[in-house]
Write a protein that binds this ligand. Structure first.
Ligand code: UT7
Length: 314
């Protein structure tokens, strides 16, 4: 996580909002903001190095790097290539995944496919986003929601039964216009004339996104539970996308899993997009919240629309 903290109080001095509104509507109290010159690949690199240390392997053993991000350092080359250079993973192929907030779990599914087909056996999956670089700081509907950060995981063959046991990814392009960034791509390059229109920032229809998020994350969770032959009672910890506490409460209610079994850290970080579940998984692991043998359900949702779910036997 970047060091700089931006609190709700700080935001209330930038736009017409309040700590009370942000807390009651979202659960967010503060978020992190990358420093000038701290790029998505820098946060991704920090996360990758911590994952390598924990996995006790060298960067040279990685043969595929997947970076899920909506805020790549540049449109090309892939941010994964910058990470490769920074960590010295000279034996890796590199690519970025564009699945917005759902990208990290898309990465887990892609990694799993490469691993089970024996194409690449040691895969570094990173979720990294610097959403503050595409935030419209005059739009109170969106600017209070997002923060920056990165998380990483290394996947490989396991001798035991433990590991990723069920995955699901899905999309619905019909809703591509409720959460998007209209400018900056080939359809609408940023020009001298349109630079004041805030086109290269997040545009969102919040209420519709909210509704779709609950529906998609509930059905994605039910799908991986059924595929794994498990029920909600078997899940020791749910790690949901960290967008809004009310969305998480809605999922908990519909899945009939007590809220206490959900890992929530959005109060500290806001919505860090593709990084959110990766950061939460790491915190839950390092704090002992998830233990060897636990079934962990990860479930995410993002622009596209995209959604994904994974069950891991830890
Ligand atoms: O990774 C996925 C990313 N996106 C999401 O997850 C977003 C999902 N949606 C949400 O989380 C919620 O819809 C929001 C938090 C964005 C908004 O909450 P809401 O309960 O749906 O509020 P609303 O949009 O219906 O707005 C209610 C009122 C409006 O005022 P009026 O029209 O009732 O007078 C807004 O203008 O709240 C106003 N408002 C604010 N007031 C103070 C909107 N943003 C703010 C703000 N501070 N920051």
């Amino acid at each position: 996580m970047p060091e700089k903290i931006l609190t709700n109080e700080d935001l209330s001095r930038i736009v017409d909002t309040s700590d009370e509104w942000i807390t009651t509507r979202t659960g967010i109290k503060e978020r992190r903001v990358a420093a000038k010159g701290e790029d998505t690949s820098d946060m991704a690199t920090e996360a990758a190095l911590k994952a390598l240390e924990q996995a006790k392997i060298s960067a040279k053993e990685i043969n595929l790097i997947l970076v899920a991000t909506a805020t790549p350092d540049m449109l090309f080359p892939a941010t994964a290539c910058f990470v490769q250079k920074k960590i010295g993973a000279t034996n890796a192929a590199c690519l970025d995944i564009s699945a917005a907030c759902a990208g990290f779990l898309f990465g887990i599914e892609i990694a799993q496919q490469f691993i089970t087909s024996h194409t690449h056996d040691t895969v570094l999956v990173i979720g990294a986003d610097k959403l503050t670089s595409i935030t419209n700081w005059t739009d109170r509907n969106t600017c209070v929601l997002f923060g920056d950060g990165a998380g990483a995981a290394i996947l490989g063959h396991r001798g035991s039964a433990h590991g990723v046991i069920s995955t699901h990814i899905g999309s619905d392009g019909q809703f591509s216009d409720i959460l998007f960034m209209p400018g900056g791509g080939s359809r609408c390059p940023i020009t001298r004339d349109n630079v004041d229109l805030n086109l290269a920032t997040i545009h969102m229809t919040g209420k519709e996104v909210y509704k779709q998020a609950v529906t998609a994350m509930v059905s994605a969770s039910q799908k991986v539970l059924a595929d794994a032959g498990l029920t909600a009672d078997d899940i020791a910890c749910v790690i949901p996308h960290q967008a809004n506490l009310r969305i998480i409460e809605g999922i908990a209610d519909r899945l009939q899993i007590p809220l206490e079994r959900f890992y929530v850290n959005l109060d500290k970080y806001g919505n860090t997009s593709a990084a959110a579940v990766a950061i939460a998984l790491d915190e839950a692991n390092r704090s002992g919240r998830i233990k060897h043998g636990d079934y962990v359900l990860l479930v995410v949702f993002g622009g596209g629309l995209t959604w994904a779910s994974t069950i891991v036997e830890w």
